[in-house]
Design a protein. Structure first.
Length: 327
């Protein structure tokens, strides 16, 4: 008997384990179930499965009843692996239990697989992250690195997209990852509508560096928020680091350090990301020529826009517009 009822929709299986963090299961169901096409029809179907179906222990005072076993993984287009409290004491050798390894072995070769929080331990244990860039919760970084030295772990980002393998940081960054995946599948308009419905930002700037406990700032220290707001209003202009720093009455050196502390990236990296997002919006929502979009987004020339879009999205402006315009 088929697990999924709508084979024409993108099929998502969430593989849960004992010690599940309930919020992470809810995130996937809530966000993907709200994504709809122009006709109002759902774009995804989401089911929950476990290596052994039945009552699955959670970190809350209630279990989750899981009707589907690992057979759901063999039908899925995308598989999510949320965190478990067991990830904080994984086997010293990093190996998976035979039951979990068997379940993961059912995933189709070309399916997309994503983890939330310390679910990355499972992906790493299965060898799916070897030689790849990945992330996990900042509090688990040392344990992760000691067990999986072949993974290029980046602890400073909210999520990492390696194509068919994606990882995210803490629980809430699972929201960022899900919205990113919806955006990649169906464009910003669909992802933005899901974000509005859920009352969350469509895109969060920065990375985990914002959430790692730090010393309390000295009195009178200024943030870089005003400079970022001003930059977003003036993306089409030539923006220099000195000009951004002057908005906060800081030296370039101090501004750069505090900007990285607050956003998890350099001012140039942040500015480039914002300009790419602005170009994506204009490609999706307008019929402006590529030269005009390049100027309005701050890239100056169509050649520069093509270079940055290729680097970040792996596509050209014309191909992106063909896929997502009017979505």
């Amino acid at each position: 008997m088929a697990v999924f009822r709508h084979p024409d929709r993108h099929r998502i299986a969430v593989l849960v384990r004992p010690g599940l963090l309930p919020m992470e299961l809810g995130i996937v169901h809530q966000l993907f179930s709200q994504a709809a096409g122009p006709d109002g029809q759902p774009l995804y179907e989401v089911v929950t499965c476990a290596a052994t179906p039945g009552q699955v222990r959670t970190t809350a005072d209630f279990p989750v009843g899981v009707a589907h076993g690992p057979e759901a993984l063999a039908e899925a287009d995308t598989v999510f692996v949320p965190a478990s409290d067991e990830d904080y004491a994984p086997p010293a050798d990093g190996r998976l239990t035979p039951e979990l390894a068997d379940a993961l072995g059912r995933i189709r070769p070309h399916a997309r697989i994503a983890s939330i929080c310390t679910g990355a331990f499972v992906l790493a244990g299965a060898g799916l992250l070897d030689g790849r860039r990945a992330t996990t919760h900042w509090n688990a970084v040392d344990r992760f690195r000691s067990r999986y030295p072949d993974v290029d772990l980046d602890p400073d980002v909210l999520y990492v997209d390696e194509g068919t393998v994606l990882t995210s940081a803490g629980e809430a960054s699972g929201i960022d990852l899900c919205l990113h995946m919806i955006r990649q599948d169906h464009g910003s308009a669909v992802a933005n509508e899901v974000a509005r419905s859920t009352v969350v930002p469509a895109h969060r700037d920065g990375g985990q560096a914002q959430f790692i406990r730090r010393a309390v700032p000295e009195p009178g220290q200024s943030s870089t928020g005003r400079a970022r707001e001003w930059a977003l209003r003036n993306l089409g202009d030539v923006l220099t680091l000195r000009e951004l720093a002057s908005r906060e009455s800081m030296s370039v050196r101090t501004f750069t350090r505090r900007f990285r502390d607050e956003t998890g990236m350099s001012p140039l990296q942040w500015l480039t990301r914002q300009r790419v997002e602005r170009a994506r919006q204009l490609l999706e929502e307008t019929d402006l020529p590529v030269d005009r979009i390049a100027r309005d987004a701050g890239f100056g020339t169509a050649a520069s826009l093509r270079q940055h879009l290729r680097a970040q999205l792996g596509t050209s402006p014309s191909a992106y517009r063909s896929t997502f315009h009017g979505a």
